[in-house]
Design a protein around this ligand. Structure first.
Ligand SMILES: Nc1nc2c(c(=O)[nH]1)N=C([C@H](O)[C@@H](O)CO)CN2
Length: 124
């Protein structure tokens, strides 16, 4: 399947389970793979026929900042649910959320989840 990819989207947000984490902004790094058919966009050369990665970046950034989640698991699932709801063309989605400053002596810790529209696993 064709993919629209977004790598290394940095969003500074309130995130974490500890009291001190609720007082600061920490960086999160998001990678996305959006499985979709890109043929129509390639034929028409029209952004209206594409999954607009700029719009997706804005949507994901706003969602992360507004949510102020405790766990990165929550953000990963919310990002999946939101993109599948807003973009009917996306059939498969892989979301990785990394927290690069959480644990010393690591490059990053994180969560990676994948969902198919046809066999949607919900977490509600
Ligand atoms: N699986 C997870 N483990 C932990 C998370 C998380 O979001 N998912 N968060 C924390 C703390 O907020 C941590 O990042 C502070 O250093 C710990 N474990």
């Amino acid at each position: 399947m064709d993919k629209v990819i977004i790598e290394g989207l940095q969003v500074d947000a309130v995130i974490g389970v500890f009291d001190w984490e609720r007082q600061i902004f920490q960086p999160l790094i998001v990678d996305l793979e959006l499985g979709c058919d890109i043929c129509r966009a390639a034929q028409t050369d029209n952004i209206e026929d594409a999954v607009n990665y700029k719009a997706v970046c804005d949507l994901v950034s706003d969602l992360i900042i507004d949510t102020k989640a405790q766990l990165i698991e929550r953000l990963a699932v919310l990002i999946c649910d939101k993109i599948l709801a807003e973009y009917p063309a996306v059939q498969h989605i892989k979301v990785t959320v990394r927290k690069p400053t959480a644990i010393t002596n690591t490059t990053a810790v994180g969560i990676c989840i994948e969902r198919n529209r046809d066999s949607l696993r919900t977490c509600h």
